[in-house]
Each structure stands twice: as C-alpha cells, then as structure tokens.
Design a binder for this molecule. Sequence first.
Ligand SMILES: Cc1ncc(COP(=O)(O)O)c(C=O)c1O
Length: 342
Amino acid sequence: MSQKTVYLDRNENNYGPAPACFDALRKADLTTLSWYDRAFVKGIKGVLSSRLAEDFQVPEDRILLGYGAETILKQVVQCYLGKGQKLMVPAYSWWYYKLIASEVGGLSVEYPMVVGEDQFHYDLDAMRKLYASEKPDMVFISSPNNPTGNSLSIDDLKEILAVYRNSIVVLDEAYKYSGHTDYVKDLVYTNPNLLVVRTFSKYYALAGMRIGFAIMGTNLTALAKFSNRYLGFNRLAEEVAIAALDSKEYYVGIARKMQEDKELFYAELNKLPGVRVFRSDANFILAEIPRTHVEPLQKYLKERGLIIKFMNEALLNSHVRITLGTQEENRKLIDTMKSYFG
Ligand SMILES: Cc1ncc(COP(=O)(O)O)c(C=O)c1O
C-alpha cells in the first residue's frame, strides 16, 4: 500500500478551517456568482472589507483586500519603491520580499537579527543604526517572522516605528496566531505611513481561498487607489472569510493546540544530538541540525513520506523549518526523527 505524503514544509494550517466555513460554502447561493456584488451601490467596497473595518474599528477605506497577503506585499512595493530605491528587510526572512523589490529594480538591504539561546530576536539598535546609514525608502518588518518564528513586542514595535516615521513601513503579520485587532488602529493612526498586512491563509486555515487584507495608515492614499477594485471581490471567498471571523472559539482552540504541539517539538527535538530548536510564535518551528545530517535526514524523511523544509540560504543552511501538522502527523515526524538520530 502506498503511503500518503505528509507535507510539513509550506506553513499551512493543517488543522483546517472552522466548520462554519464549510457550511458557508454548502449554503452559498451559486446563482449570485453570475453577478458582481454591487457593493458600491450601498456605498461600501464589499462585505468583507466592511466587516474588517468594524472589527478593527477603522473606516472601510483604510482596509485593503488582496489575492492573499502576497498580492498586497507586491502592490505596496510596486506602488512606492522605485528603481534603485532601497527596501530594508530582515536578514532571515521570506525570500519573496527580495524578489518583489528586485522586480521593480529596487535594492534590498538586510538588517541583522540576534540568534539567542533558544529564540531569534529583533535587534532594535542594529535596526536603528542601519536605517540611519542606509536611509531606505521602505522597511519590511515581519512579526512573527518567517522562518525564524520570533515576533516584536508591541512596545518595541512602537519604538521602532517612531524611528521609521519618514519611510513607508510594512508590518507583515501573516503569522499572527490570534485574531487580535485591538492595537492595530492605534498603530496606523500614530504612523500614517504604516501598512499592517494580515491573511486568512494561516490562522484561519484558508490558504486555498487566497484572501489577504491590510489596514492602511492615512498617508497611503496612492496605494488605496492603486489596489482598489471597483467591481468587488470574490463573493464566495468573502462569505467563507466572514464565517471564519465568526468562529473565534474554534480558532482560539486551534491556537491552543498548536502551542501544545510546539512544546512537544521543543521538548522532543532538543533531546536529539546536535539539534537546537528555536521558540516560535507562528505555526512552524525552526531547528538547527548538524550540517552533515542535512542530506541524509532529508532522504530518510522523504522515504518515509515526510516532507519538511530544509533551508538552503546563506545564513540558514543547516536548519529545518517544520510546519505544525495534526497531532498524529507531528508524532510521526518526531518518532521518525528520533529513529534517524538513533
Ligand atoms: C511571511 C509571509 N507573509 C505573507 C505570506 C503570504 O501569504 P498569503 O499570500 O497566502 O496570504 C507568506 C506565505 O507563506 C509568508 O510566509
């Protein structure tokens, strides 16, 4: 019997969306799909942006929707970063940031992060100094950061945003593992050049629906115009997203389970010889493994139907990034890694 491959390499949420999301699809009136939603007739951009505006307590025109957070990240770069201009990104971060900067002829400047005993940390001093010397036009902050999993505290965030006030700042919160909305309004009103980006892909387990959103500071009117869509959004996706927003208890429960899953990974993998696991606020963890084990471990896991991400970057080439699976999948991965390391 062929075994089913378990993919724990893509940072998806393997617990799946809330039951209400499936109900929304089952009950959807498919006849409406022939038409634009005509939300503009009601003086709104759409039902989902209206709902998000309510949740974040900002006017609806401060909300952007996109085909995943990736589209919004690309749009903000296309809108504001010119040829030869600088985008400051974390040294360890999602490769896509540098790609979208290069697509417009922009230059990426990397700010360092501190590798602590059991966690990565943002280094505010280094971020401040590099900003002063490089004078970037745009800065990306990712919290929690992919692939390191660490976040910035709200106080640190406020401190560094005050320093960056004259640049466009994108705070990528794709991996925010809570539906918390409370601090965002204050951040975007205090920092008019700030864009806070979130997604339904991770916490809400709706990666396949491709819905990202952002809350915009008041100076970003060019972006609002650039990315606005007159004829509305994907009606089904909006309904499913609203069902997810209405399912708070379900997602809080999943986040709690994931916290337990991470504790299990920290405890079990840290026992393996030469392995060091970094604490993460996201739905994945990063672990350092002995360099000599990279290829044989990858082969060993693959033969047993387990795919995790073996990092292949200048600074992270002896590391694996493991997306949390279901509890059964996590157990299988841990046991297989234990048997590999003997
Ligand atoms: C740091 C980060 N931001 C944003 C995204 C984009 O997510 P999506 O386009 O699915 O909303 C990803 C996807 O993996 C990511 O790793």
